[in-house]
Design a protein around this ligand. Structure first.
Ligand code: ZN
Length: 174
């Protein structure tokens, strides 16, 4: 299991370096991807970015089973090439920010370009929870946290109070 960098750790505020595509298939990179999935599921979370495990590189893993879920996804050197016109508000949490939830408004649709764990180019659109997770994770690659994206800090809520007063739908902990 990998150790998770917590709020205040400078690595969470750094711009992550691109991955050399020739290194994607290396044993070390494949091992890191596997370890990140294992750590994410263990926490549990639905997404994890490499800077959260002290690697300042452009790599994220995501996955969420269930009705609102999305498939296991690895994004390397990702970029969002299109944002849909509609905005949607969701509760978010973060494995690097213990015990807090907050409402964040983001575009409801994104189109993403990236490489997968085999180095193959990806080009796809995402909506719903998947789109939220992608935007949250890609923010980690530019040193941003969901707290920076909150426009109304009055929704910032501790976990117990979130569960007591606000949890109608599960928060995305990424
Ligand atoms: Zn996060």
């Amino acid at each position: 299991m990998l150790k998770i960098a917590k709020l205040g750790n400078p690595i969470l505020r750094k711009i992550a370096a691109p991955v050399d595509p020739r290194e994607i298939k290396s044993r070390e990179m494949q091992r890191l991807i596997d370890d990140m999935f294992e750590t994410m599921y263990d926490e549990p979370g639905i997404g994890l970015a490499a800077p959260q495990v002290f690697r300042s590189i452009q790599l994220v893993v995501m996955g969420c089973k269930g009705e609102d879920g999305f498939p296991e996804t690895v994004l390397i050197n990702p970029s969002i090439v299109y944002y849909g016109p509609d905005q949607v508000e969701n509760w978010e949490g973060c494995l690097s920010v213990d015990g807090l939830r907050g409402k964040v408004t983001r575009p409801s649709l994104v189109r993403v370009n990236a490489l997968d764990r085999k180095g193959k180019p990806l080009d796809f659109e995402a909506t719903g929870l998947f789109a939220v997770c992608i935007q949250h994770e890609l923010d980690h690659l530019i040193g941003k946290l969901f707290l920076d994206r909150m426009t109304d800090l009055s929704t910032l809520t501790q976990l117990e109070e979130f569960q007591q007063y606000w949890q109608k739908q599960p928060a995305s902990v990424v």
